[in-house]
Design a protein around this ligand. Structure first.
Ligand code: ADP
Ligand code: ASP
Ligand code: MG
Length: 816
C-alpha cells in the first residue's frame, strides 16, 4: 500500500483539501494511506495558545475562536448541509475538550511537556477527521485511523522516540484486516500508558515514513508546497531549483542541516527498506518533483544542494591542559550526551589546543555549565580556559556524494564566501566527504547561501546587484544601456543585472526585486524618499547583497568621500568620478588597499579617456611585467577641440566661445582652460604606474595668462581672453605652422616627472592628426620601445563614458 503525506499548506483550507482529494482520486488504486498534517499554521497557534494560557492571559480564547473558525469554515465548504451538523458536533466536542484543557492550564499557570503534546495533538486530530469526512463526501470508502493506536513511543514528550517493534507489529496487525483508503493524522503517537506524545515539529513526514516501512510500500509520497527538494531553501535563494534525484544520504544531510522540506528522521525508515521517497507539489502535481532513492548517477553538478541552520552558538574548550591528553573529546561529548545536548558540528585543530562545537542557542548556556562542571578541576589548575561561547552564528552546509574525490570543492566554497567579504569562523568536513560545513556570522547567511549557490550551480545565472547614484547625463545613459543589453547579458553570458537601489540629488529608492530599468524615473518619483547619502549607504550595507556594486555617476566630492566606507563593507565600487583618485596619495592608496583586503573591485576606467581602455591597458602591461618608460597623451577632448580649431583666421577666444556654445566645455570654460582636469587624469595614470605623487607635484600649464586668470566676472573673462590670449596664441600658431607643425595640449610622464602643456607636434607624430574631441595615449615601455602602444578614440561624451562604466560593472562578475 502506498503512503501519501500532505503537509500543512496542502491542507490549509477547503480549496486545498479539494486538490488533495483530486490527487488521490487520480490514482489508479484506491488502496492507500493518506497521512495529513494539521491545517497550515494551526500547530503554531496551538502552541501559542498554550503559552498564553500558561501566562494567565485570556487572549488564548481569541486564538481558540480563530482555530475554531478555520475548521468550521472548511466543514461548511466541503460537507453538504444535511451532514454538516453531525460533523460540526464532533468537531465541537474536540474543541470543547481543548478549551477545557487550556482553561485548566491557565488556572494552574503551568504547561508540562505532556499537556503541551495533548494540546498540539488537536491540530492533526481535527484535520484528519475533517479530511476523512471530505473524502466520504466525495464518495470514497474510507477509514479514519488515529495514529495513537498504532504508533507507540517512549515518554519523551514533544520529541518522542518510536518503539519500532511494537509500532510495526500494530501497523501490520491493523492492516492485515483493514484494506482500502485510510486517513491518518501525522505527528501524533502514544506511549505505553496510551498518553499522547508527538514526534517533533514537522513530524508528520516521519509518521508517513514509519507507515511506509511497516507496510513495505512501493513508494512514499511527501506532498508539499514546492516542486521538490531544491538546491537551496527557495525562501532564501530565489534561484534555487528542484533536484530530480537525491540519494538518501544526501537528503539526510540536507534536511539535517536545515532543508525543512523533509523532517530529518523521515529518511531512516524508508531507507532501511529502500522505499523511494517522492517529494511532490500539491499545487503543481504534474511536475516531476524529487525522487529520493538509494543511489543517484547524475554527475551534472559537484554538489547536490546547500542548506543552513540560521542560528547556532559555538562553544570552545581550550587551554594548554588539552594538548596531547587523551580522552578530552570523549569527556566533552559524553558530558553533553548525558544531558541530551544535540551537537550539530565539531572541529578540532591539529594542535589539539581546542575543541569547538556547535549547538542550538537554547542549549548554549546549559552546555557551558555542563563543561565547566566537567572541567572544574582543570579550570582550577588553569589548564583549561573559561569555556567560550560565540553567538549569532549560522552554519552553511554544501552536500553531495559527488564531492567525494572531486578536488577544488572547498576552494570554490571559500572563494565564493571570501569574494563577498564573509569570513569563515570554523569549518568541518566529514570523512565521507558528503558534507562540508562552514560557520559564518548570522548576518551574512543569506548572502553566503546565494554566493555559494551561484558558485556551484554555474549553469544558472549570476546576479549583479547595482546601487546607482547619479541620474545625470552619464547615469541615465548607463541605465538605458543596461536596459537594452539586459537580455543579451542574461541569455548569452548568464549575468542577471538587477538595479536594487537608485538615488539622485533629490530622491532615492530601493527594491530588492529590481527597479525597472525602463521606468526608473517614474518609480523613483512615485516610491522614492528624500535623498540622503548616508542613509543610502546604510541601507546598502544592511541589505548585504552578494555581488553588490556601488556606481557613482556624479562628479561630487561628498559621494567620492564615501568609497572607503563602501569598500570596507565589501561592496564593489565603479565610477567615472575622478575626485577620489586624484585627491591625496594617501587616500588613493587606502582605496586600493581596501579593495585588495576586502576582495572587492574598485574600478574607474572612465577616470581617464572615458570608455577608452587606458587604465586597464596600463594595468595589464604592468601586471605582465612590462616597464613603462614614458607616457604621452592628449587627455582632454575639449582642449583638443580648441587646438584643432584655432587658426590664424579663427582666434583663440572665438574658438573657446564656439566650444562653449556647442556644449564642449564646462559651463565655466576656465575650468577647462586651467589644465586641472588633464592634470588630475595624468596624476591618476602616474599613480597607476607606482609614482607616489600629489597633484601639487604635477607641473600643469594653465592656458590662461595670469591676467585672464585674475578675471573677476565672466564678462571680464571673455574680454581678457580676447585681449591677452588671442595674440599670444596667434603667434604660437604661426610659428608652429611655419615649421609645418600643429599645437596640442599634451600630458607627459617621464623619469618620474609629470607635466602638462602646449606642445608643437610635427606631422610624423601620431598626435598630429588627432581630430575633434578625440583622446590619444602613447605608452612607451620596455616591450613597446620602438613602436609605442597607442590607444586612440573618443575620450568624452555620455555614450562612451557610460559604456566604460558598464564594462567595468560587467568586469566585476566576469573576472574569475
Ligand atoms: P509541509 O507543511 O508540506 O510539511 P514544510 O513547510 O514543512 O511543508 O516544508 C516545505 C518548505 O520547506 C518549502 O515551502 C520551502 O520553503 C522550505 N525549504 C527549505 N529548504 C528547502 C529545500 N532545500 N528544498 C525545498 N524546500 C525547502
Ligand atoms: N503539524 C506539525 C507541525 O506543524 C507536524 C507537521 O506538520 O509535520 O510541526
Ligand atoms: Mg514539513
Amino acid at each position: 500500500m502506498d503512503v501519501l503525506k500532505f503537509g500543512g499548506t496542502s491542507v490549509k483550507d477547503a480549496k486545498n483539501i479539494s486538490r488533495v482529494i483530486d490527487i488521490v482520486s487520480n490514482r489508479d488504486s484506491r488502496q492507500a494511506v493518506v497521512v495529513v498534517s494539521a491545517l497550515g499554521g494551526i500547530t503554531n497557534q496551538l502552541i501559542e495558545a498554550a503559552a498564553l494560557a500558561e501566562n494567565g492571559q485570556d487572549s488564548y480564547k481569541t486564538l481558540l475562536t480563530e482555530i475554531e473558525t478555520r475548521h468550521l469554515d472548511v466543514i461548511k465548504a466541503l460537507i453538504t448541509v444535511n451532514r454538516q451538523s453531525s460533523v460540526v458536533a464532533k468537531v465541537k466536542i474536540q474543541l470543547n475538550e481543548l478549551e477545557d484543557l487550556l482553561r485548566g492550564m491557565s488556572l494552574v499557570g503551568e504547561v508540562s511537556p505532556r499537556t503541551l503534546d495533548i494540546v498540539q495533538s488537536f491540530g492533526e486530530r481535527l484535520s484528519s477527521y475533517i479530511i476523512y469526512e471530505a473524502f466520504k463526501e466525495r464518495g470514497f470508502d474510507v477509514t479514519h485511523l488515529d495514529a495513537r493506536q498504532i504508533i507507540k513511543t517512549d515518554s519523551n514528550y514533544n520529541n518522542a522516540l518510536v518503539d519500532f517493534d511494537t509500532t510495526n507489529a500494530l501497523i501490520t496487525q491493523w492492516f492485515s484486516s483493514h484494506k482500502g483508503l485510510h486517513i491518518i493524522p501525522g505527528f501524533i503517537a502514544s506511549n505505553a500508558e496510551n498518553k499522547t506524545t508527538t514526534l517533533g515539529r514537522g513530524g508528520s513526514d516521519y509518521t508517513a515514513s514509519i507507515l511506509a516501512a511497516a507496510l513495505n510500500s512501493s513508494i512514499l509520497e511527501i506532498w508539499t508546497d514546492v516542486d521538490g527538494m531544491m538546491t537551496a531553501d527557495p525562501r532564501k535563494v530565489s534561484k534555487a531549483f528542484p533536484v530530480e534525484h537525491v540519494s538518501y544520504s544526501e537528503a539526510m544531510e540536507l534536511s539535517h542541516f536545515g532543508a525543512k522540506v523533509i523532517y530529518p528522521p523521515t529518511i531512516v525508515p524508508a531507507m532501511a527498506k529502500k522505499i523511494p521517497i517522492a517529494i511532490k507539489n500539491t499545487f503543481n502535481p504534474s511536475s516531476f518533483g524529487t525522487l529520493i532513492k538509494d543511489s543517484v548517477d547524475d554527475n551534472t553538478s559537484s554538489i547536490r544542494g546547500i542548506s543552513s541552520i540560521d542560528d547556532i552558538c559555538l562553544l570552545t574548550v581550550e587551554g594548554s591542559g588539552l594538548v596531547g591528553v587523551s580522552g578530552v573529546a570523549m569527556r566533552v561529548f559524553r558530558a553533553l550526551a548525558q544531558e541530551k545536548i544535540n551537537v550539530i558540528l565539531i572541529t578540532q585543530g591539529s594542535s589539539e589546543h581546542n575543541i569547538t562545537f556547535a549547538v542550538l542557542p537554547k542549549e548554549a548556556s546549559k552546555s557551558k555549565e555542563i563543561l565547566e562542571k566537567e572541567f572544574a578541576l582543570e579550570r582550577k589548575l588553569n589548564l583549561v580556559d573559561p569555556i567560550r561561547v560565540d553567538k549569532e552564528l549560522s552554519i552553511i552546509a554544501v552536500v553531495g556524494e559527488n564531492m567525494k574525490n572531486t578536488p577544488g570543492i572547498s576552494a570554490r566554497l571559500f572563494e565564493a564566501l571570501g569574494r563577498n567579504g564573509i569570513s569563515v569562523v570554523c569549518t568541518a568536513q566529514g570523512a565521507s566527504e558528503l558534507n562540508i560545513s562552514v560557520v559564518i556570522e548570522k548576518f551574512h547567511v543569506r548572502k553566503g547561501l546565494n554566493a555559494i549557490h551561484e558558485a556551484f550551480f554555474l549553469d544558472k545565472k549570476k546576479r549583479l546587484n547595482l546601487y546607482v547614484v547619479g541620474t545625470g547625463t552619464i547615469g541615465k545613459t548607463l541605465l538605458t544601456q543596461i536596459n537594452e543589453q539586459m537580455d543579451y547579458l542574461s541569455n548569452q553570458t548568464n549575468i542577471d543585472v538587477r538595479l536594487v537601489g537608485l538615488a539622485n540629488s533629490k530622491r532615492m529608492w530601493f527594491n530588492e526585486d529590481g527597479i525597472s530599468l525602463g521606468n526608473w524615473r517614474e518609480e523613483l518619483d512615485l516610491h522614492g524618499s528624500r535623498a540622503n547619502l548616508n542613509e543610502f549607504i546604510q541601507k546598502m550595507k544592511e541589505q548585504n547583497m552578494r555581488n553588490a556594486v556601488f556606481v557613482d555617476n556624479t562628479a561630487n566630492a561628498t559621494v567620492a568621500a564615501t568609497y572607503a566606507d563602501i569598500l570596507d563593507a565589501n561592496i564593489n565600487v565603479v565610477t567615472p568620478n575622478k575626485i577620489a583618485n586624484s585627491g591625496t596619495f594617501k587616500h588613493y592608496l587606502k582605496l586600493q588597499q581596501l579593495a585588495l583586503k576586502k576582495n572587492v573591485y574598485f574600478l574607474y576606467e572612465t577616470n581617464v579617456g572615458a570608455g577608452l581602455p587606458i587604465i586597464s591597458t596600463l594595468k595589464d602591461m604592468i601586471h605582465s611585467g612590462d616597464k613603462i618608460l614614458r607616457i604621452e597623451a592628449i587627455l582632454s577632448g575639449t582642449l583638443n577641440y580648441l587646438f584643432s580649431s584655432i587658426s590664424e583666421e579663427k582666434p583663440f577666444s572665438k574658438v573657446v566661445k564656439e566650444a562653449k556654445d556647442l556644449g564642449f566645455t564646462e559651463p565655466d570654460p576656465r575650468l577647462d582652460l586651467n589644465g586641472m582636469d588633464v592634470g588630475r587624469k595624468v596624476l591618476i595614470l602616474s599613480r597607476e604606474i607606482g609614482h607616489q605623487l600629489e597633484l601639487s607635484d604635477v607641473s600643469i600649464e594653465n592656458l590662461m595668462s595670469s591676467e585672464t586668470q585674475a578675471s573677476e566676472t565672466m564678462d571680464e573673462f571673455w574680454q581678457n581672453l580676447e585681449k591677452y590670449e588671442d595674440g599670444r596664441y596667434a603667434e604660437m600658431i604661426s610659428k608652429a605652422k611655419a615649421a609645418g607643425n600643429c599645437l596640442r595640449y599634451v600630458a607627459t610622464i617621464e623619469n618620474g616627472k609629470v607635466s602638462t602643456g602646449v606642445k608643437e607636434i610635427p606631422p610624423s607624430h601620431p598626435f598630429y592628426s588627432l581630430e575633434g574631441s578625440d583622446n590619444i595615449i602613447k605608452f612607451t615601455s620596455s616591450r613597446y620601445k620602438n613602436n609605442p602602444l597607442t590607444v586612440k578614440g573618443p575620450g568624452a561624451g555620455a555614450e562612451v563614458t557610460a559604456a566604460g562604466v558598464f564594462a567595468d560593472i560587467v568586469r566585476i562578475i566576469n573576472t574569475p
